[in-house]
Each structure stands twice: as structure tokens, then as C-alpha cells.
Design a protein around this ligand. Structure first.
Ligand code: NAI
Length: 248
């Protein structure tokens, strides 16, 4: 028996990166996986194949997490296909960095839409199902910059601070219905999102990390597994930083 045997998990933005690592980790512990991404291209198809090889049910759904309508439809479809929704990981996210003085309205709206409104969309669609089941674990992917701020990322850090407030509010609203909600705040994790940073910026980050390395998607997935499973049955409304000790 795995830690998540028989559970259904939705992971958004999981064709690659941290979302994929979380979906794989959950599948290795026996969860059936419904994941979403903007398109299910080669990355998404590979993710599907790799998860299927672990012996669980899996399906990738093309859906824009920032769209309220798309999300309502995809969650209805997932519920019909899988029969339950036990775990929701709001992982889809983008960056469109810039200093406030130069930030366009479009940069602001895109990041808030994909990183924060998406979580509202999915929580709104999934919680009626979880309430009927009288159990559920919701995990919002935040960031250390949502706790501490970061010059040049006002849109991104506001969206991630929002993910923390959202998780804490849901934890308070729905705890009595058996639903837990927590946030993960990763630091510098090596994925496509951080690959585009210059070597100079990466070296600056490394200096601030006591463990002297960037994190791996699996480092984050391990915490997601803890929060998704009954190992954390008395943990709700928390933010767990996974950052090699960068922020204490
Ligand atoms: P990534 O860029 O490798 O993967 C993000 C995934 O989200 C991609 O597959 C992308 O297609 C998908 N996506 C983008 N817009 C979408 C939309 N509208 N609807 C559905 N899917 C969409 O990024 P990474 O690094 O795996 O990040 C995952 C999450 O972790 C994000 O929320 C990110 O903000 C957060 N995070 C990442 C950190 C890092 O250092 N890589 C640090 C802190 C937080």
C-alpha cells in the first residue's frame, strides 16, 4: 500500500517541471492522476506514459487554468472520469518579471491570472466534491518571494502572497468539512522557469543558500507528498518553505 493508494489527485500545469515531479511522486504512492496543462504536447504525452508505467490511472487534460469556464468544465470531466477528487495541487505558474516602473498592465494581469486566479478557479470547482466526500487536501504552490518579496517581481510575488492568503482562508472556512489547505514556498528550484535566468543571477542566488545548491523538483514533490497524505492529517493553513535554508 502506498501513502495515497486509491486517491485521485489533480495537479495543474504538470506536463513538466515541479508539477510533473509531484504527479510522478503521487503516482508512485498509488494515486490516480488527472493533470492539466495549456496543451498536452510531447511533454504532456511523455508525462502520461511515465505515470501510466507506475501502474495507476492517468489522464492529461488541455485546459487554461486561468479560465474560470475551462476549469469548471475540466473538473466536471475529471470527476466523471475518476469518480472522486481527493487532492488538488494548484501548481500552474508563469513569470513576467519587470520593475514596477516598467511593468505593463498585461504583465500584471497575466501573472495574477495564471498564478492566483487559477487556484480560485480550481478550489471553487473542487471543494463542492471534497465537501461531499468530507475530506480533501489542497496544496497551493507559492514561493519564498510571496513571503519575502523580490525587487523586479511585484506581480509574481503578489500572486504568490495571494496563494498563501487563499490557502489560509480555505483552511479556516473548510476545516470543519474535513478539508485541509496548505502552501509550499519553494526557493530556487532547477526547472525551465529558472533555466532562463543568467549565470550571474543564478550565482547570486546560490550565495544566499546555506545548502549551496539549487533545489530539485523532487525536493518540492516530497513536501507535496507529505501535505497530500495522512502523514500531515493535523497540518492545515501552513506555509512550508523548501529553499535550502535561504530564508529562516
Ligand atoms: P515550469 O515553467 O517548468 O512549468 C510550469 C507549467 O505550468 C508548464 O508546464 C506550463 O505549460 C504550465 N502552465 C503555464 N500556464 C498555464 C495555464 N494557464 N494553464 C495550465 N497550465 C499552465 O515551472 P516550474 O518551475 O515547474 O514551476 C511550477 C510552479 O512552482 C509555479 O507555480 C512556479 O511559480 C512555482 N515555483 C517555482 C520555483 C522555481 O524556482 N522553479 C520557485 C518557487 C515557485
Amino acid at each position: 500500500m502506498g501513502l495515497l493508494t486509491g486517491k485521485t489527485a489533480i495537479v495543474t500545469g504538470a506536463a513538466r517541471g515541479i508539477g510533473k515531479a509531484i504527479a510522478m511522486k503521487f503516482a508512485a504512492e498509488g494515486a490516480n492522476i488527472a493533470f492539466t496543462d495549456l496543451v498536452i504536447d510531447e511533454n504532456g504525452q511523455n508525462t502520461e506514459k511515465e505515470i501510466a508505467a507506475l501502474g495507476v490511472k492517468v489522464k492529461g487534460y488541455a485546459s487554461n487554468a486561468a479560465s474560470f469556464e475551462d476549469t469548471a468544465k475540466v473538473v466536471e470531466q475529471i470527476h466523471a472520469d475518476f469518480g472522486s477528487v481527493d487532492i488538488l495541487v494548484n501548481n500552474a505558474g508563469i513569470t513576467k518579471d519587470g520593475l514596477m516602473m516598467r511593468m505593463s498592465e498585461a504583465q500584471w494581469d497575466a501573472v495574477i491570472g495564471v498564478n492566483l486566479k487559477s487556484a480560485f478557479n480550481f478550489i471553487h470547482a473542487c471543494t463542492p466534491i471534497m465537501m461531499r466526500q468530507k475530506s480533501g487536501s489542497i496544496i497551493n504552490m507559492a514561493s519564498v518571494v510571496g513571503v519575502h518579496g523580490n525587487a523586479g517581481q511585484c506581480n509574481y510575488s503578489a500572486s504568490k502572497a495571494g496563494m498563501i492568503g487563499l490557502a489560509k482562508s480555505i483552511a479556516q472556512e473548510l476545516g470543519s468539512r474535513g478539508i485541509r489547505a496548505n502552501a509550499i514556498a519553494p526557493g530556487f528550484i532547477i526547472t525551465d522557469m529558472t533555466a532562463k535566468l543568467s549565470d550571474e543571477v543564478k550565482a547570486e542566488w546560490a550565495k544566499k543558500i546555506p545548502l549551496r545548491r539549487g533545489g530539485t523538483p523532487e525536493d518540492v514533490a516530497n513536501i507535496a507528498l507529505f501535505l497530500a497524505s495522512d502523514m500531515s492529517s493535523y497540518v492545515s493553513g501552513q506555509v512550508i518553505q523548501v529553499d535550502g535554508g535561504m530564508n529562516m
